[in-house]
Ligand binder design. Structure first.
Ligand SMILES: NC(=O)c1ccc[n+]([C@@H]2O[C@H](COP(=O)([O-])OP(=O)(O)OC[C@H]3O[C@@H](n4cnc5c(N)ncnc54)[C@H](O)[C@@H]3O)[C@@H](O)[C@H]2O)c1
Length: 344
């Protein structure tokens, strides 16, 4: 049974559907005068994009294009060629760009849709876990010019279709890494997600974790679309995680996992709570420690963009599912780093 969510901000509504076997009959929300659909994909989502293209071809003229893998697709030179290609297809104001792939692909598809002809309709089919529970939901689009995600726009996809069968079939390494962002939603807002992972590990039923994690993202974004407040809780684990990703080259999901252990340790020290963060991540086979020297990490954390004039701000938990955003002292950061094996 498919679960649907609606996300309305800036007067636009995204229809989000989560379920199984949703792609063979893939359809776009009805729209008068749409004649052409462009389907963009990345190497890992090509076969899925082909199914979607075939389903859409019954009603529209369909053009498909494969983009380079991962964040290479978000480079300016690639975006510029993509605009040239869109011109050659004749994509008009009433037409639609469908992005099929992970977060990198939907970020660029959304950005191009937001800017082509000053904005055309977009639709996403996220094919990674991070894409499904995070990147495809919430209207942020972006490309990497002058720095990661520094150029972007808020632009709601008209529809997001999340097929759990597609996510279940992901290669195990990609799946494990993606679970870091799924369990993050549990830590900050829904303990049932954490319980499901503790119980079933990587064999968890995706209905028990992905569907509620999508709901967490929808709820948080509905409250704070432009990230002036509550949306910041989605950065749990990311302040120290980014420093680890940058300094060690660890994948994003793995680095966020380690960052969540550090943020959890700071939370426990400050609020006297006991959090099952390390246990849940170990159950998933995600890393819980990093190599390096504390001073080097402290410097990277201070450079992080979440820093403001008052010092380093981090998302902490007063209990499972109860986040707060607050300044942390250098001593507290050292507590977090020592919990992940980073010596002073
Ligand atoms: N817009 C937002 O709010 C937001 C939020 C978080 C992250 N992001 C962005 O998302 C990106 C990361 O997304 P990601 O982790 O999904 O990575 P990704 O898009 O780089 O994809 C990771 C890999 O998975 C492959 N792949 C995709 N679908 C597959 C499938 N079904 N089977 C096998 N392989 C498949 C891809 O080809 C790629 O090699 C970053 O660019 C980040 O900036 C955006």
């Amino acid at each position: 049974v498919a679960v649907t969510f609606q996300l309305t901000s800036d007067g636009r509504t995204s229809h989000i559907e989560v379920g199984r076997d949703l792609l063979s009959s893939y359809a776009l929300p009805a729209r008068p005068d749409r004649s052409l659909v462009v389907v963009l994909h990345q190497p890992g989502s090509r076969h899925i994009a082909e199914r979607i293209g075939a389903s859409l071809a019954a009603g529209y003229d369909v053009h498909s294009l494969g983009l380079p893998d991962r964040d290479q697709a978000k480079a300016w030179s690639e975006v510029a060629s993509l605009y040239e290609w869109l011109a050659s297809t004749g994509l008009g104001r009433n037409d639609t760009i469908v992005g099929v792939g992970g977060g990198a692909l939907t970020d660029v598809a959304g950005f191009v849709a937001a800017t082509w002809l000053r904005g055309v309709e977009s639709a996403y089919v996220p094919t990674t876990l991070l894409g499904a529970v995070d990147a495809a939901i919430g209207g942020k689009t972006g490309i990497n010019v002058a720095g990661k995600n520094l150029v972007g726009a808020f632009w709601h996809p008209a529809s997001v279709v999340i097929d759990l069968g597609v996510l279940e079939a992901l290669p195990v390494a990609l799946k494990r890494e993606g679970f870091a962002e799924v369990v993050k939603a549990g830590f900050i807002a829904d303990p049932t997600i954490v319980e499901a992972f503790l119980r079933d590990g990587v064999d968890v039923a995706l209905e028990d974790v992905v569907t509620p994690a999508v709901k967490v993202k929808v709820d948080v974004v509905s409250e704070d679309y432009r990230e002036v407040g509550r949306r910041a809780i989605l950065n749990f684990g990311h302040t120290i995680g980014h420093a680890i990703e940058f300094s060690s080259g660890m994948s994003h999901g793995d680095a966020v996992a380690v960052g969540m252990v550090a943020a959890g340790a700071i939370s426990e020290a400050r609020y006297g709570c006991a959090l099952p963060i390390r246990a849940a991540l170990e159950r998933l086979g995600l890393p819980v420690s990093a190599h390096g020297r504390a001073d080097e990490f402290l410097e990277l954390v201070r450079l992080d963009k979440k820093r403001d004039s008052g010092g380093v701000r981090m998302v902490l938990l007063t209990d499972l599912g109860a986040p707060v955003v607050d300044h942390v002292s250098t001593d507290e950061l050292r507590i977090g780093l020592s919990a992940i094996g980073v010596a002073s």
